[in-house]
Design a protein around this ligand. Structure first.
Ligand SMILES: [Zn+2]
Length: 276
């Protein structure tokens, strides 16, 4: 390229800057990067997707934890690590009765630092089983947020075990706005991610009941993609754009809170280890 054509391009490049700078930052609070993801999408490419989506940070967990550690090594200031109580995908249905999960959690917590434990799947009275109870105790001991894909019953049991627990309710429990509202009213240490939900912002519009909920609890919600299968990694950029569209229907200060400030406040105390 000669200098004249470069000069012709410059004003365009400068014009593009403010638009990019104005793009709403997103903290994606629901990302998984398990072995079947990193086998097809190496860490460098995964990080490139997160940056292309305009993410300021991402809460990442993975079955076996290796994917999380690989991403963290690649981008320590972008990744907020969460420890999943699963070593492989199939642990999802058996972990609550599997004593070796406790050993796995204790072993990982002794070796690495995390901001959260989860996302785990836990329903009803299963929360009283020894393995989940020990997990709640470990979260308290290590001051970690619990990222729970749970029903309200399991959440109540977690809060009874540790009234000071900080819980991020995955998918806002997949319950309707009034049921989310009831739980937020009862528990000051409950936050909600909106992963894999669309009714709060379909068509770029926030319906009245969700608008009222976000307005009444402006500091409790955050967005997330949920890359529960490897293919969904390629949806992260689109999801960030889709989130910006409906967040744009809210007052800017509220939109910023849901987009990234709430997650940043919840996980802000987590800092990557200083380089050796
Ligand atoms: Zn998930």
């Amino acid at each position: 390229m000669d200098l004249r054509s470069l000069a012709a391009l410059l004003p365009l490049a400068l014009l593009a800057l403010p638009a990019r700078a104005a793009e709403l930052p997103i903290f994606d609070a629901h990302v998984h990067y398990s072995h079947d993801a990193w086998e097809n999408l190496p860490p460098k490419e995964a990080i490139a997707i997160l940056r292309k989506a305009g993410l300021v940070r991402a809460l990442v967990s993975s079955s076996g934890d290796e994917g999380t550690q690989r991403l963290l090594a690649e981008a320590p200031t972008l990744i907020v690590p969460s420890l999943r109580p699963y070593r492989k995908r199939s642990d999802i249905g058996t972990w609550v009765r599997d004593d070796t999960v406790t050993t796995f959690l204790e072993d990982r917590l002794a070796k690495a630092r995390y901001a959260a434990i989860g996302e785990f799947h836990l329903y009803g009275a299963d929360a009283e089983l020894p393995v989940p109870k020990r997990m709640v105790a470990l979260a308290r001991q290590h001051k970690l947020v619990l990222h729970a894909h749970s029903d309200a019953d399991a959440l109540e049991r977690i809060f009874r075990q540790d009234p000071d627990a900080r819980v991020l309710w995955a998918h806002s429990g997949f319950v309707q706005a009034d049921a989310v509202r009831a739980m937020l009213g009862k528990h000051r240490n409950l936050w909600c991610d909106l992963a894999f939900r669309s009714e709060q912002g379909g068509g770029g519009k926030v319906p009245a009941e969700w608008r009222a909920l976000f307005t009444d609890y402006p500091d409790r919600f955050m967005v997330g993609t949920d890359t529960f299968t490897p293919e969904r990694w390629h949806y992260i950029v689109e999801h960030a754009g889709w989130s910006r569209a409906w967040l744009g229907d809210l007052p800017p200060a509220l939109a910023e809170r849901i987009a990234w400030r709430n997650a940043d406040a919840l996980f802000g105390s987590w800092k990557p280890a200083a380089a050796p």
